[in-house]
Design a protein around this ligand. Structure first.
Ligand SMILES: C[S@@+](CC[C@H](N)C(=O)[O-])C[C@H]1O[C@@H](n2cnc3c(N)ncnc32)[C@H](O)[C@@H]1O
Length: 161
């Protein structure tokens, strides 16, 4: 019974902060409970198995581990995150990739990030959103992908993809 408690806390905190778009407070307080200190195993497995190429967007990039992994795999990756403190932490962790970490919202992506990505790779960005925000998320993905681009959350393929 007690083992399910962390999951309940995750959902409650994330939903609350996402609803108010105040994700930065987690970084400010050092309460980044989702951070594994490195790229997520499913993303590592995905990139090891799939030869994705070109420009990659990592929305909800957090501390930048998935961007670093994508670059290692030869992708021209950019990470977009709404939390400015998270961007600063990503730049401190991966100074050689500093220019790849952008502050902004996937829901209203910067002009230069629209319609240019071959692939979107992400880990726990959409899944952390309250259901009411998932249409905005989907719209953001559609805005940033180039025509014919691929959205993949690193773990789950869209039906038919
Ligand atoms: C659960 S964390 C995942 C972070 C990272 N992908 C990881 O797995 O370590 C979700 C991230 O999404 C970011 N986020 C939330 N809403 C966003 C939005 N509208 N646009 C961009 N990033 C957003 C948060 O700031 C947070 O860093």
């Amino acid at each position: 019974m007690r083992r399910s408690l962390p999951l309940v806390i995750d959902i409650a905190l994330t939903t609350d902060c996402m609803g108010r778009m105040d994700q930065d407070k987690f970084y400010q307080k050092g309460e980044v409970f989702w951070d594994r200190g490195g790229p997520s195993p499913p993303m590592k497995q995905y990139l090891a198995r799939h030869a994705v190429r070109g420009r990659a967007l990592v929305p909800g990039r957090g501390r930048g581990h998935e961007v670093a992994l994508a670059v290692e795999h030869g992708l021209n990756a950019t990470g977009l995150d709404i939390a400015p403190t998270g961007v600063a932490e990503a730049r401190a962790l991966y100074p050689h990739l500093a220019e790849r970490f952008v502050t902004g919202s996937l829901f209203d992506p910067p002009e230069e990030m629209r319609g240019v990505y071959d692939v979107v790779l992400e880990h726990t960005c959409m899944s952390a959103l309250p259901p009411a925000m998932r249409a905005d998320y989907r719209r953001g993905i559609d805005l940033t992908l180039r025509r014919g681009g691929l959205a993949d959350r690193g773990v789950v393929h869209r039906a038919g993809a």
